[in-house]
Design a protein around this ligand. Sequence first.
Ligand code: SF4
Length: 387
Amino acid sequence: MPSKVFFGSARQARLEAKETLPAKLDLIINELHLRERVKDETVALKMHTGNNLSYSTIHPVFVRRVVQAIKDGGGKPFVVDVNWDAAGAEMRGYASEVIGCPVYPAAGPDEKYFYEHERPYKNIQSWQVAGLIQDATFMVNFSHIKGHPSCGFGGAFKNLALGCMAGKTRGAMHDTMHFDPYFFPEKCPDEAARKAIIAVCPFEAIVEDKKNPGYLHLHPEQCNQCGRCLKVAPPGSLKIDAANFHSFQEACAISVDLVLSTFAPGKTTNLALATHMTPVCDCFGFTSMQVLPDAGVFGSDDIVAIDQAVLDVTAKSTLIEENLPTSMEVHTREGHPFRWLHGPYKDPYVVLEYGEKLGLGSREYELVDVLPVEQVERSSMQYIAAH
Ligand code: SF4
């Protein structure tokens, strides 16, 4: 049976508060029966509070409404984020006086509070699930949708996969992209040939490996898989391979599997806000121009279904190419617009294929619009009444 995904569109019929996204979030909270599910629960509200000067993360108005609903239901909410983002959250508006609850670093201020989970995958043997996540009895996974340089897209999976692990595991997850060899030095012994490979990349995505003279090191985040380097590399010396890129997405699916396994069935739910979607992750420490039009707010108990629905809805829009930084290029216009932005091997749907195989949810879903714009009777704009 398809999973239900509740959706509030960013579009309005009337210019009235009840048709705006915070009001539609309230309707989604009702549909998810959040209040009825959190009595006496210790509720981790996992979100990304951004970093440094970013201002496109989930606005405190939305956070306050979720926190209030949890409190109204008799739950004990707290926001969690990784330590370096939680440390500056107050500067970006996430103060307890504003949002209604404290913001804690998920694995403690020094990233030393975690639980080890054995699950061998490429370079990772043991995964460190953040202590405050595993200690919580209920979790609301509230993600902000944006592009991501490692996997094309940051949504519900990414919010948990990286944000619920301690720092050592987050680093190791990025290193999975280097596990399968992609440079074969015996086929490229000539330094001039290596320099030619480095020079042809306009994004400085391939460099000399500082630790291994004679080796080349790929920065997958900067690589859009344009293939220029392959044209100058000696035959067989270099691979730009889907396997290296997809390993990060598989690691994200495994991480989410481990995180969700620490909660009893029915004790997690997901919200997602698809507004001001920028090219890269909120942890970069700034906000750039939006590359997709605002889509709306989503909610579902199924983490696979919510990301699938977000991608399907946002895929109906075209990438706003005039808003891209001049240092990025589009060389494919196939698939999801985030794929245009980050290249074909950073297909945002891949993590959902892995997630579905692990039994984390269903890519089949029913999208339930909580306030369809077509069903709202049009009326002329009303002025704010003078008092
Ligand atoms: S594929 Fe393109 S972006 Fe990636 S390393 Fe090669 S030249 Fe650079």
